[in-house]
Design a protein around this ligand. Structure first.
Ligand SMILES: Nc1ncnc2c1ncn2[C@@H]1O[C@H](COP(=O)(O)OP(=O)(O)OP(=O)(O)O)[C@@H](O)[C@H]1O
Ligand SMILES: O=P(O)(O)OC[C@H]1O[C@H](OP(=O)(O)OP(=O)(O)O)[C@H](O)[C@@H]1O
Ligand SMILES: O=C(O)c1cccnc1
Ligand SMILES: [Mg+2]
Length: 562
């Protein structure tokens, strides 16, 4: 991004200097909707551009039929705000794009524009969040905050959706499984892919195959090999360099290819399936041997190119046992087609019988990775059937968020110059909650979060052990008293503008991932289950409830029946 922290006035330069630009250089002040600039001009023309506005960024419904969402994308938003500055090229493009009647003074105004007077409050990234509760509250001169609307929504919507998708996959897979994100080839373009890799990691994946994401964010990289590698080999003669040093470097096996063949013969002698003539595919064996010669300490084999049980598994075992003679431990197999429950179970039995037959401790536990169009449903089906998969490689359904295209976060004005504002709608779920607010998470006796409550800015903070009335924001009859055992103040100050408030540092990616995993573990199980989960309660204080309904009546015109 061309924005330069040195252009920021006074104290803000120091604050901005420590924050890099957003990851994607396309995230500039032009990455917004045209109407933000036309409105900015109209605000400026009317002398209203510096009116102090407060906007809430929130979503209305949890995705994927669930009752929770992971908030993600905050770090990129704050980096965007910190570096918000237009260069001459951008200003001249806006000049060309707006009407010729726009006055020059507006472009001088844009030249000076930055976010030094903007304050950004947010729930920490990686938190479990719920509908209607502001994920971010942005305050500042109305024109500039308006320009931020679209990029902030863009940075939060997909990030939160895909992090939630990842968390849901983790929930079904279980804690002990290794989850690998394999979506780069199927993602919606380069940004879709990089974004998915980053936020799937936050949502609980362990690693990605996406090398660029590994470099950008330090996410662990993992991978196996493809069918092309296996089918590119024709015959054992292709292997010219056959020698392999033992793991401790003390000996050299001059003909690793023959050692593999010897092991295959031994396996055949004791294991062989009656339904086969005993021959495995030679080109596959060559491919596996070749891969082992290249990566003896991390030998992985994709075993489904020809026939998993009659060829892939015995071939893998022959190479793995040859490696074992030289002190290496094989990395494992990948299954990429067929019935993954059945094949993983059969493969496990085969490994266990090899362990027993040849006295190779631990061989029965050889890692089994599964891939092939996996999603929440297939993981759930595998669990129900029983399987022996240790790791999952998941691409298309995960990164494209196949079962829900967008989260639907919105950015709504809730106050201007100290005056609360409301957006009405025929659809009650779309009525905005007015006022500059504070939000809290209240925890119950068992340590679970019980309810989120929004209050007006100047109301007293809910206190541990003190009873507080929590009201549904729109449904009069839904209300409950809560005596919280713990209270979390949800909104933290990430960009203080000129308020003089301390700025919360952005955590590392791993800290954000840990926050996400810990918060998910703290949730009451009935909110988390896949089928008919219990909705988590989101409420407002009695004062805010009364005010919403006062403002609603005030703003809604009274109809006349004829
Ligand atoms: N035991 C299982 N229970 C439920 N779904 C499974 C199970 N095993 C695999 N699947 C899923 O079933 C689908 C099988 O895909 P598909 O019908 O395309 O066949 P395939 O195994 O890829 O075969 P081919 O290689 O011939 O295309 C995949 O989405 C996979 O994740
Ligand atoms: O299935 P996904 O969840 O998207 O995971 C990634 C897939 O990408 C690779 O093969 P690719 O799909 O390119 O080819 P294939 O389907 O013929 O194996 C890999 O073998 C997986 O199947
Ligand atoms: O490393 C793998 O096995 C891999 C990577 C991307 C897509 N499919 C598989
Ligand atoms: Mg595929």
């Amino acid at each position: 991004m061309e924005a330069n922290a040195n252009h920021l006035p006074n104290g803000e330069a120091a604050a901005a200097a420590v924050l890099d630009s957003p990851t994607n250089p396309m995230v500039t002040p032009l990455l917004t909707d045209l109407y933000q600039y036309t409105m900015a001009y109209a605000y400026w023309k009317g002398g209203k551009h510096n009116d102090r506005a407060v906007f809430d960024l929130y979503f209305r419904r949890n995705p994927f039929g669930g009752e929770y969402t992971i908030f993600a994308g905050l770090e990129e938003c704050i980096k965007f705000i910190a570096n918000f500055k237009m260069n001459e090229g951008e200003i001249s493009f806006i000049r060309q794009s707006l009407s010729g009647s726009c006055e020059d003074g507006f472009f001088d105004y844009l030249r000076e524009l930055d976010c030094s007077e903007v304050e950004a409050y947010a729930i920490p990234e990686g938190s479990v969040v719920f509908p209607k509760v502001p994920l971010m509250r942005i305050e500042g001169p109305v024109a500039v905050v308006q320009l931020l609307e679209t990029p902030l929504l863009n940075l939060v919507n997909f990030a939160s959706l895909v992090a939630t998708n990842a968390a849901r996959h983790r929930f079904v897979a279980g804690k002990s499984k290794m989850l690998l994100e394999f979506g780069l080839r199927r993602a919606q373009g380069p940004d879709g892919a990089i974004t998915a890799s980053k936020y799937c990691y936050i949502g609980g994946f362990d690693a990605t195959s996406n090398v660029a994401a590994g470099r950008l964010f330090g996410i662990p990289l993992r991978g196996t090999h493809s069918h092309a590698f296996v089918s590119s080999f024709m015959s054992p003669d292709e292997i010219i360099e056959k020698s392999l040093k033992s793991a401790d470097g003390s000996t050299i096996c001059e003909d690793f290819v023959s050692l593999v063949q010897t092991w295959l013969n031994k396996i055949k002698a004791v294991q062989w399936s009656k339904s086969s003539n005993g021959d495995t595919n030679h080109s596959e064996l060559t491919a596996f041997t070749s891969y082992a010669l290249a990566f003896p300490d991390n030998f992985l084999a994709l075993v489904d190119t020809y026939d998993v049980m009659r060829s892939g598994i015995p071939n893998f075992c022959a190479v793995a046992l040859a490696l074992n003679d030289l002190g290496y431990k094989a990395g494992g197999i990948r299954l990429d087609s067929g019935d993954l429950a059945y094949l993983s179970s059969e493969a496990r039995k085969f490994f266990q019988s090899i362990e027993k037959e040849f006295c190779i401790p631990g061989f029965g536990k050889t890692n089994i990775t599964a891939s092939n169009d996996l999603n929440e449903e297939t993981l759930d089906a595998l669990n129900k059937q029983g399987h022996e998969v240790d790791s999952y490689g998941i691409g298309t359904y995960l990164v494209t968020c196949y079962s829900q295209a967008a989260l639907g976060c919105v950015f709504k004005l809730v106050e201007i110059n100290g005056e609360p504002r409301i957006k009405l709608s025929e659809d009650v779920s779309k009525v905005s909650i007015p006022c500059k607010k504070r939000s809290y998470r209240l925890y119950g006796k068992e340590g679970y979060p019980l309810v989120d409550i929004m209050t007006r800015e100047n109301e007293p903070i809910p206190k541990v052990g003190e009873r507080i009335l929590c009201r549904h924001p729109f449904n009069e009859s839904k209300r409950a008293f809560v005596v919280p055992q713990k209270v979390d103040d949800l909104l933290k100050c990430y960009w203080p503008g000129t308020s003089g408030k301390p700025r919360v540092e952005l955590p590392s990616l791993n800290e954000t991932r840990e926050r996400c995993i810990n918060q998910l573990e703290q949730m009451r199980p009935d909110h988390m289950r896949r089928l008919n989960p219990t909705p988590y309660k989101v409420s407002v204080s009695a004062k805010l409830y009364d005010f919403i309904h006062f403002l609603w009546l005030n703003e809604a015109p009274v109809g006349e029946l004829q």
